[in-house]
Design a protein around this ligand. Structure first.
Ligand code: BES
Ligand code: ZN
Length: 426
């Protein structure tokens, strides 16, 4: 609505003025307003006869989608992926206009170019993309304590490998869990049904889909309402979608990321079996559309922030069942909270005895980044060093068999999740 007004204003300005502004780079560090940047972008676009502004309810495939990316990553990509110049940029980040239907090819092309992608954020609106040019809000530091040994000790034995194997098998049996595929929608519905079983007989547990405007796959949210401070929230999440090229290529995504979604389900199941009731609210979330640019988690984290939700911590589980390196668990050090990462290390030392280390993605590689961006303390626990991660991801070969046919490695992350939930939601 507001964009439409701005567009009509800018259309009445002369295109010569817009052309003079062509090299425009907003200086948000110098406190330039996002509104001024939106105005300049739309002015340029209108003069070039190009971009369509955000149109709520437009046909999905044709809907504009705004992609923001680190310029250092884009610099080395060939022109085939980026047929047009960025619509706006600052020193570090560039924003491009795509169509919904082109996003899959972009993700695919980036995976091909890099073996791993440089990472990008896809946004429904230009205003949301422009917010990426502004510095992320600082994440406040907090104190962490460990004093729940008895409770953690009682719950840990309830976490089992067999249900993890079943859940990974069931999820990877959907031919492709892409966020725009019918089978991707089915996989979300399947998870909703499984998670609803955990809520039976517990009035403090509810399961609901989180619907997204831009794609049909729903995120899935299981809420365990806090008995003492329900307004304080702990989030444990990981993506449910998968990717492997485009068209009807099978994308079993057994490791990336049926494994993380299965861990979330098993961890919730074990807590319910143990009759555990948290003092603070815990939200278990299977995110839609991570592979399309962190879109499910972006919607949810932004909605939580808008609603003034007090998220005390977020733990991301994405790729947890391929043991590629010597240590058991690795924590991603960038786009995460150093304080919470250290707390997770202490939890492992105190309760689990696993070996652990750190790795760097170098870009916003998964859903933790959406929470960090909204000012919440987030961590990302990962299966291996970056160099030794599962070589089959984003291919039809990302099967359970190619992760060893078992869920021994994933089990460690489910156990870590129990310790994290109990110590943070107390
Ligand atoms: N699970 C991966 C992230 C990952 C891969 C982390 C390898 C560490 C090692 C995630 O699902 C993914 O593929 N992310 C994309 C970026 C995203 C913003 C589309 C990627 O890494 O290309
Ligand atoms: Zn993943």
């Amino acid at each position: 609505m507001r964009l439409a007004v701005i567009l009509s204003l800018t259309l009445s300005l002369s295109c010569a003025a817009a052309a003079a502004d062509a090299a425009y780079a907003p200086d948000f560090d110098g406190r330039e307003s996002a509104q001024a940047a939106i105005r300049a972008v739309l002015e340029d676009a209108a003069c070039a006869g190009g971009l369509v502004p955000d149109v709520p309810g437009a046909a999905a495939a044709d809907q504009p989608v705004w992609v923001s990316m680190e310029k250092s990553a884009v610099g080395s990509l060939d022109g085939a992926l980026f047929k047009t110049a960025p619509v706006v940029e600052n020193k570090k980040i560039a924003i491009y206009a795509f169509r919904e239907a082109e996003l899959g090819d972009l993700a695919d092309g980036m995976h091909r170019a890099f073996r791993r992608g440089p990472g990008f954020f896809a946004h429904d609106t230009l205003a949301a993309a422009l917010a990426d040019l502004e510095a992320a809000p600082p994440v406040p530091a907090r104190a962490y304590t460990l004093d729940q040994a008895a409770r953690v000790g009682a719950l840990l034995p309830l976490v089992k490998e067999a249900p993890l194997v079943s859940a990974i098998s069931a999820l990877s049996a959907f031919k492709n869990r892409g966020s725009r595929y019918a089978t991707g929608v089915d996989a979300s519905k399947w998870l909703q049904k499984e998670w609803a079983k955990l809520a039976e007989g517990r009035s403090d547990i509810s399961v609901a889909p989180f619907k997204h405007a831009a794609f049909p796959q729903e995120s899935v949210v299981l809420t365990m309402l806090g008995a003492v401070e329900p307004e304080k929230v702990v989030v444990i999440g990981g993506h449910l979608d998968s990717v492997a090229g485009s068209g009807d290529t099978p994308a079993p995504g057994a490791d990336d990321n049926a494994s993380g979604a299965a861990v979330i389900q098993e961890l919730a199941r074990a807590l319910v079996e143990g009759g555990y009731r948290p003092a603070k609210t815990i939200k278990f979330i299977a995110f839609a559309a991570e592979e399309a640019g962190l879109r499910g988690s972006a919607d949810i984290a932004a909605a939580f922030k808008k609603a003034g939700m007090n998220v005390e911590g977020m733990l991301n589980l994405d790729m947890v069942n391929y043991k590629g390196s010597d240590l058991d668990i690795y924590f991603v050090s960038d786009f995460t909270s150093a304080g919470q990462n250290a707390f997770l290390g202490r939890l492992i030392d105190a309760y689990l005895g696993y070996t652990w280390g750190a790795l760097k993605c170098g870009y916003a590689c998964s859903d933790h980044a959406s929470w960090t961006k909204n000012g919440y303390p987030a961590s990302y626990s990962f299966e291996s060093s970056f160099e030794q991660h599962n070589p089959y991801i984003h291919k039809p070969e990302d099967t359970l068999a190619n992760s060893g046919g078992r869920a021994e490695h994933a089990l460690k992350f489910a156990r870590l999740g129990v310790a994290y939930a109990v110590e943070l939601a107390k």
